[in-house]
Design a binder for this molecule. Structure first.
Ligand code: GLN
Length: 262
């Protein structure tokens, strides 16, 4: 019987502008965790002024960056706003980190510059705060009852409930969630979105945003596999089981990070 060869396409949005604190490690993790399972992976880097591929990718990634790079990235993203909104509505997976996360929302208002429009995939807005949040963060996936019903199964089948996620935050932006957009994590250690409401990141459909650098995916293999499984489920219209890997190194890094002081 011929073995189906699964594949995943990834578009890395503006790595020339938003790739600070090693966020490229997230692409490397997705590529390797797919390849280790025999899944073919194609990564396209879309730089400033590049044309966006006309087909929806399975996964879009955008990293973090300082306010200056965000200005240029905002202009590029807005050129492709409708296309990227269509991709999100088609349940393509998005992962935005920090500055990239902020631009997946309505806007980012820097301290001393004009407001930067986002592309509105997440119902969030961000305003620069006076204090910079810098430190190690631990959060926990929301209980399934807070996950929109349609997504409960994914969480349950993936046993995401109460899994911890670790990473490093470095931002002055204060982000607030609105409407149907749910928190990505509940903060156990650190500040997260705004240091007040104990939320970290955001999720709407398959669009995820988070402040966690690190990069986030190497030390959180469950979340990395969850993103791959969402992308494969959308593409092949069924749950594609991912064979388990020896994640002893990844899990040791995860547990070590949990013990770090903020
Ligand atoms: N400039 C944004 C902030 O400081 C994002 C920074 C980042 O991407 N680390 O909030």
């Amino acid at each position: 019987m011929t073995q189906i060869k699964f594949s995943v396409s990834i578009v890395h949005l503006y790595p020339d502008l938003l790739n600070i604190y090693g966020d490229l490690g997230n692409i490397i993790t997705l590529v390797n965790r797919a390849k280790w399972r025999g899944i073919e992976v194609e990564v396209k880097n879309i730089k400033a002024l590049d044309r966006m591929p006309s087909d929806f990718a399975d996964i879009y990634f955008i990293g973090g960056g300082q306010d200056g790079q965000q200005i240029a990235a905002s202009k590029e993203l807005l050129k492709n706003k409708n296309f990227l909104m269509d991709a999100a509505n088609d349940n393509a997976v998005f992962l935005g980190i920090c500055g990239g996360y902020q631009l997946l929302g309505a806007y980012y208002q820097p301290f001393d510059a004009d407001r930067l429009s986002g592309i509105g995939l997440l119902d969030i807005y961000t305003v620069a705060g006076k204090k910079r949040f810098i430190g190690n963060v631990t959060g926990i996936f929301p209980k399934t009852e807070t996950v929109p019903p349609a997504l409960n199964n994914e969480f349950r089948s993936f046993n995401m409930e109460n899994k911890t996620v670790v990473g490093f935050e470095n931002h002055s932006g204060l982000t607030y969630l609105k409407g149907e957009t749910k928190p990505f994590l509940k903060v156990l250690k650190g500040n997260g979105n705004n240091g007040v409401d104990k939320t970290e990141g955001a999720r709407l459909k398959n669009v995820f945003g988070t402040y966690l650098h690190g990069s986030i995916l190497p030390k959180n293999p469950v979340f990395a596999d969850y993103l791959l499984s969402l992308a494969l489920k959308r593409k092949y219209k069924c749950e594609i089981p991912l064979e388990s890997l020896d994640d002893s190194i990844e899990n040791n890094a995860h547990e070590y990070s949990k013990k770090l002081k903020y």
